[in-house]
Design a protein around this ligand. Structure first.
Ligand SMILES: [Zn+2]
Ligand SMILES: [Zn+2]
Length: 237
């Protein structure tokens, strides 16, 4: 559904894809969902009267299966370049094994994921870098923010024209208040908490997440709350 003008959310229980639709620039896909989620994305494009060849770029926030599973299929049908941070790209492309979480969560996921969400590695065409911008026509500038911790190459995105922060899994919103992702699925939880603290004063009224409902209109206060929780977790409260 269109949650802000030109900003669409395509979600299911496992993951969420964001689609930025600009009349001049075309379509930007952010994350690709798990497994065969590309079909859901393509059906959504048809539903809003757009075509796959209008996709200009596919931006992957990080290497986890629930964000990249549909990327190879979307890249093939759109011929659009795929962007990811160089610290996560080798696991997306298959040059390195895509590591599962540590501990019991990882044991369960190693058993379940290949069966429930089979996916192919996806070639990464270009790097994402902190501070990099994409010019999206009428939607203005889309700014890349390296937000490490959940994974070391995790990147979030800021769309100032919509006062929108696209958090990926840097934050989740399972509880109604955004929070740093769970330790079991993080590469480095203290680093993830430091990233959350650094987001405290971000100028974003609207927040969207890889997991959990959007926060529209009250984003700045929510980011302050998330930072306070992260500071407490770091023992800095
Ligand atoms: Zn993740
Ligand atoms: Zn995720």
């Amino acid at each position: 559904m269109e949650i802000l003008p030109g900003v669409h959310r395509i979600g299911n229980a496992v993951s969420t894809v964001y689609l930025l639709v600009d009349r001049d620039d075309g379509l930007t896909v952010i994350d690709a969902g798990p497994g065969r989620f590309s079909r859901t994305v393509l059906r959504y494009l048809t539903h809003i009267g757009r075509r796959p060849d209008e996709i200009r770029r596919i931006i992957l926030t990080h290497r986890h299966f629930d964000h990249i599973g549909g990327a190879a299929a979307l890249r093939e049908v759109s011929r659009a370049p795929v962007f990811a941070h160089p610290l996560d790209a080798p696991q997306i492309s298959g040059a390195e094994p895509n590591r599962m979480p540590k501990g019991p969560t990882g044991v369960v996921m190693r058993a379940v994921v290949p069966v429930a969400f089979p996916w192919q590695p996806c070639r990464v065409d270009d790097d994402l870098a902190d501070g990099q911008t994409f010019a999206l026509g009428g939607l203005g500038e889309l700014r890349v923010m390296h937000t490490p911790g959940h994974t070391l190459g995790h990147c979030a995105l800021l769309l100032p024209a919509r006062s929108l922060f696209i958090a990926g899994d840097a934050l989740n919103n399972f509880s109604g208040t955004p929070a740093t992702s769970f330790d079991a699925v993080n590469d480095d939880t203290p680093l993830a908490n430091r990233t959350t603290v650094a987001l405290a004063d971000l100028a974003a009224d609207n927040l969207v997440f890889g997991h959990g409902s959007p926060i529209l209109g009250n984003g700045r206060a929510a980011l302050q709350q998330a930072a306070a929780k992260a500071r407490a977790a770091l023992g800095e409260a």
